[in-house]
Design a protein around this ligand. Structure first.
Ligand SMILES: Nc1ncnc2c1ncn2[C@@H]1O[C@H](COP(=O)(O)OP(=O)(O)OP(=O)(O)O)[C@@H](O)[C@H]1O
Ligand SMILES: [Mg+2]
Length: 610
């Protein structure tokens, strides 16, 4: 469906409000016309030509004479003028009250629409596959949800309300004009096609730039988001200067684009004004030639004045009406982007045929293969079994596919070959929600939110009591350092937990996993080296976490590996060895080599009882 129509469908809940907005707009435009024509009798009274209608008066004059004279019958010309002025001012006031109401209503509609789109987009994003986020990037998504959505509201203001208002104004004005002189009106209208044509050319250019502008704006937002997040990196490598220059170049490109876009939209003002100038000359020239207009005598001055005022009123609505496609183009370009996100299939939602997960016996990886997109295989025919209550450790060189393999269990990705079975049911037949409810994931890079320690631990366990959170923190060896924080559990941890140390962050994450108390645990041990004291605290926390649980652990720590019921050694996406520590140690091979490289130092430390 076309984006404009889709937007209107989304705006459907606001149709009542919108109708009210259009009604007030209509009434305001109508009153505007009435105020204008009231000028005719007022001017007549001021010029002292009210009295009787002269022969050859315009239809407007005749009509106003019939309507207005009874109101001012028996008054002196000054009193009559005074009364008309009062009427005029009242009309003007009412018109502006209505205009105000209509713009408030419009704002209500458009902001409601923006909020709806924004919430929809955000909620929808949360249902998209991880790969989408990696492809699009944070900056673009932020820019789309914030800026692009904001631009789409022009569809409501520009299309419905502004278009409607201006069409009504043009209609009312044309009626007024034709009531004064049909010939003069037709002469005036000769100006319309060339004006609209010229404006159309501008609009086409404008549309071209609107898309490019949206893209460049997203780039700028992207850069800010990413580089601010990487401030430590920038600082430690002294890249501030180059980053500033890169950003300046980007900002400059955006500036040029905006100016280029503006060049065309700013031209509309001057062009219409020049047209108006010619129009005034034409009206005065033709208005004073009765033979041209087929009248017995020249138009009365007040008729010409009102005609001029009315005719000039045409240009602004015409300008808006003809720039309408441009505004729409910008808004629709943005809307397309919004719908691009909304149209991404929600791979995360439950499918028919998926049931609730139950875990009693074992998880079996059966010849599981995986590749990202259409890249090279990252996992090839990986098979092993994780029985309930046991710990399986994954070991292997960096890039072997350990994290990828662990991601398959909560269905962050689905295997591209083979199957993973939970109690003989393929994971793809289980709803993601129920599956993830069975497990806690402690990932390689700890993710904390910029909130309190308490909220971070209780994340994912909404009903958790204070006592439960504290017990989890205690078990995760985190209670000690939390007590030392300035506000204890209410301390804000900073963006991504920046105000905590690496080891502290890990223990908060472990407390979070413990609090959920799930049967299955997926632990991607952080590779970052910790000092011996934190290392031991983290290890204690891990031990408690794994106790009596089924665990898939990506192990970088000797203690974790040694206690595992089975070790699966991965190399370049293939299982190269399986067994217990003792078996693999004796067997030599990759495990032994990794062991020698990775764990030996640790062993001497452990042996020394540190
Ligand atoms: N989102 C992704 N898109 C494409 N390729 C990816 C993606 N994530 C990882 N890879 C690739 O998959 C391979 C396995 O990565 P993975 O993160 O699973 O390794 P790992 O064994 O966990 O390594 P480490 O011990 O360093 O954490 C790597 O070659 C990596 O380049
Ligand atoms: Mg990894």
């Amino acid at each position: 469906m076309r984006p404009g129509l889709r937007l209107l469908r989304i705006a459907r809940p606001y149709r009542g409000l919108l109708a009210l907005g259009l009604l007030t707009t209509f009434l305001a435009s109508l009153l505007d016309g009435i105020v204008l024509v009231l000028l005719v009798p007022l001017l007549k009274h001021l010029f002292g030509t009210a009295g009787e209608l002269r022969s050859g008066s315009t239809q407007l004059e005749a009509m106003m004479h019939r309507l207005v004279e009874p109101l001012v019958a028996g008054l002196t010309p000054t009193e009559a003028a005074g009364r008309l002025v009062v009427l005029l001012v009242l009309g003007l006031l009412l018109k502006n009250v209505l205009s105000y109401a209509s713009s408030q209503i419009t704002v209500g509609v458009q902001e409601g629409l923006v909020r709806d789109l924004r919430t929809r987009m955000f909620s929808h994003l949360l249902t998209l596959e991880l790969g989408y986020f990696q492809r699009i990037g944070t900056g673009s998504l932020v820019s789309w949800i914030i800026t692009e959505v904001d631009q789409t509201k022009a569809v409501v203001t520009a299309s419905l309300v502004a278009l409607f208002r201006n069409v009504v104004v043009v209609g009312v004005t044309l009626v007024v004009l034709s009531q004064i002189s049909l010939t003069l009106t037709l002469l005036t209208l000769v100006f319309v096609p060339p004006l609209v044509l010229v404006l159309q050319v501008l609009v086409r250019r404008l549309r071209l730039h609107a898309r490019a502008r949206a893209k460049e704006r997203a780039e700028v937002t992207s850069t800010v988001a990413e580089r601010v997040g990487a401030i430590r990196l920038i600082r430690s490598y002294g890249e501030e200067g180059r980053e500033s220059a890169r950003f300046a170049a980007q900002a400059n490109r955006y500036r040029k684009r905006v100016i280029r876009t503006q060049r065309f939209s700013s031209l509309t003002g001057p062009i219409t004004e020049v047209f108006s100038g010619f129009l005034v000359i034409l009206i005065i020239w033709a208005g004073t030639r009765p033979e041209l207009l087929g009248l017995a005598q020249p138009l009365a001055p007040e008729a010409i004045i009102v005609f001029l005022m009315a005719a000039l009123r045409l240009t602004s609505p015409l300008k808006t009406i003809s720039s309408f496609p441009a505004l729409m183009a910008v808004a629709l370009a943005s809307a397309e982007r919004v719908f691009e996100v909304l149209d991404q299939p929600s791979r995360e939602t439950d499918r028919p045929g998926e049931g609730a997960a139950r875990f009693e016996r074992e998880i079996v990886f059966d010849a599981v293969s995986f590749r990202y997109g259409d890249g090279d295989p990252v996992l090839s025919e990986v098979s092993f079994t994780l029985p309930r209550g046991k710990v399986v450790a994954l070991v292997g060189p960096s890039g072997a596919g350990k994290t990828t393999l662990a991601d398959l269990l909560p269905r962050f990705h689905d295997p591209t070959g083979g199957r993973i079975l939970m109690d003989s049911v393929p994971l793809t037949r289980l709803t993601r929600g129920s599956l993830r409810g069975l497990m806690s994931v402690v990932s390689q890079d700890t993710v904390l939110l910029n909130d309190t320690v308490f909220a971070n631990i209780a994340y994912g366990s909404p009903g958790a009591t204070e006592a439960q959170v504290e017990a989890a923190a205690e078990a995760a060896s985190a209670a000690g350092f939390i007590a030392q924080l300035p506000d204890g559990y209410q301390t804000i941890v900073g963006e991504r937990g920046a105000r905590l140390s690496g080891g502290q962050r890990q223990r908060v994450a472990i407390a979070r996993a413990l609090l959920r108390d799930p049967p299955i645990l997926i632990l991607d041990e952080a590779t970052s080296a910790l000092d011996t004291a934190s290392e031991r605290l983290v290890q204690q926390a891990i031990d408690r976490l794994m106790a009596e649980r089924t665990a898939l652990v990506i192990a970088h720590r000797l203690a974790t590996v040694r206690d595992a019921d089975e070790i699966v050694v991965l190399d370049a996406g293939r299982v190269v060895q399986r067994g217990t520590h003792d078996e693999l140690f004796r067997a030599g091979g990759l495990y032994r080599r990794l062991y020698d490289l990775q764990f030996r130092d640790e062993e001497t430390t452990l042996a020394a009882g540190l």
